[in-house]
Design a binder for this molecule. Sequence first.
Ligand code: DHB
Ligand code: FE
Length: 288
Amino acid sequence: MADIIWGLATSHVPSIGAAMDNHKTEDPYWKPLFDGYAPARRWMAEHPPDVAVIVYNDHANSIDMDLVPTFAVGTAAAYDVADEGWGRRPVPPVIGAPELSEHLVRELLDSSFDIATCNRLDVDHGLTVPLSVYCPEPGDAWPCAVVPVLVNVIQSPQPTAARCYEFGKAIGQAIRSFPQDTKVAVFGTGGMSHQLAGARAGLINEEFDRRFLQAIENDPESLAALSREDYVREAGTEGIEMIMWLVMRGAMSERISRVHDTYHVPASNTAAALALFQDLGDREPAAV
Ligand code: DHB
Ligand code: FE
């Protein structure tokens, strides 16, 4: 049977990818952020999954505003890297896991999540930057296959945080019922607080971010209880991306252990964070 081995929550700021692509990770601006990733990257490299289920949002790059599914699952055998206007990132194409995708779609529908399916999808920074956070130097191929799970966070009304948490629980159950022996990591992407436009552009709310970073481990219910208006008020119009971390948390077991986290301001004009959790299930934590 498939097993969820860890969950990674991470910001997906495009300039974090650009810093890697342009070899700027040692620049004074970027070094503290990437230094903060190092212990998590070492641990993940020692615990490689077969498949990453990556919960992310497209930013009107592949899914335009004509048709906006609330929840969707990618079902393709491969996903091209999106050209977001300045050329494709120089990273490998993303290889899918269509059998796991098919299983997830069926199980989610049977759990009353009437999701859309993306049979062709170019994946934007929301997915490729988290892959680079996991694996900074993939060479010719990423180290795992990927199932993209899309959440609408860019067009109001977004799904509630509570619904995202429930969606995550359904995804976790679906993964664990996949009959093939497969090690799965679940990524929750986006955040932390940020607002890219409007009167509050540049908003950062460190107090809210740090509370969220703590509660996502042991009190996700308190985060699921917040309304979409709470998220937008506290974390900014784009900070509501943080509801996707709740999908990741919902997919994991109740028992998890924090391997590492880091919080850094600014990345672009965003608060950026990473939090890595081992899924304990009925296991004891591995040495860090
Ligand atoms: C930016 C874009 C994002 O999608 C995000 O999550 C954070 C920052 C940006 O353009 O800076
Ligand atoms: Fe984003």
